[in-house]
Design a protein around this ligand. Sequence first.
Ligand code: RIB
Ligand code: CA
Length: 301
Amino acid sequence: MKKVLIDTDCGIDDAIAILMALACKDFEVVGITTVSGNVYVDKVNQNVLRLLSFLNREDIPVFRGASGPLSQKPVRAETIHGKDGLGSVFLPETQKSLESQNAIEGIYLLAKQNPGLTIITLGPLTNIAMAVNLYPELNHLMGNIIAMGGAIDRGNVTRYAEFNFYADPESVQYVLNTPIPMEIIPWDPCAEQMFTEEEIKALIPENNRVGDLFLSLQQLPFSFVEKYYGVRSTILPDPCAMAYAIDEKVALRKLVGDIRMELNCNTHRGETVQCEGDRMNIILKLDRIKFLNILKTILIL
Ligand code: RIB
Ligand code: CA
């Protein structure tokens, strides 16, 4: 059983990725830490707490994380995820509350309790950077980091930068400077896997509450893409990263290399710059069928 901690700025695609992690028989999700990104962290907290209640998984502890990046002004993605972060999709109120410890303490606590812990990051890396800074022993306690982030050829926030890494590039660089094993699923392979509304509908049987939630969550992204590309379709970056974390054979092509963050305040800020080295696996291409087969497992929840 792989012990995993999910760090998330729970927007729409994060929610689908969390569903996939909970459906994975090989995962024990030992905790979820929240971070500002798509929306402010208070909304992320609400989304995660309500989602876990909806799934009858109130056993999973949720820790409140960073309210913003280390140095730059915050960026948000409300045009894609909505002001609440879940495209105004209704999830019932919950009595579940956050843990008393914050995300930094939660990461340390869970890494001590679960040596070799895998951290799957779906948002900016602010919590991870702060945790390793405050608890350097995490350099050797953490098993590995699997991060959705970065862009090789083309970003989604600027020509050069992908949202998660653009939102707090100093934190990314701090984590890159640690010895913690890391793999990244950049924007490029995720953006290659665009799914039409019909393809998503075809995955979902009648009267499946999780399937219905998935389809409802995708309505805002469908409309956003339709506005720019004329076809109701969606891209699922966090689910792509989660699928790789679940089964690395989802990766058709990967590069062993190293990256650094462009930190200068110019048009390239937040760019993922490839450099000499063999620090990490950089996933370049995904297997669409394998991805869909893993995505469909959420329907058993
Ligand atoms: O660039 C895509 C990433 O930014 C995803 O994690 C999405 O949820 C947003 O956080
Ligand atoms: Ca995310």
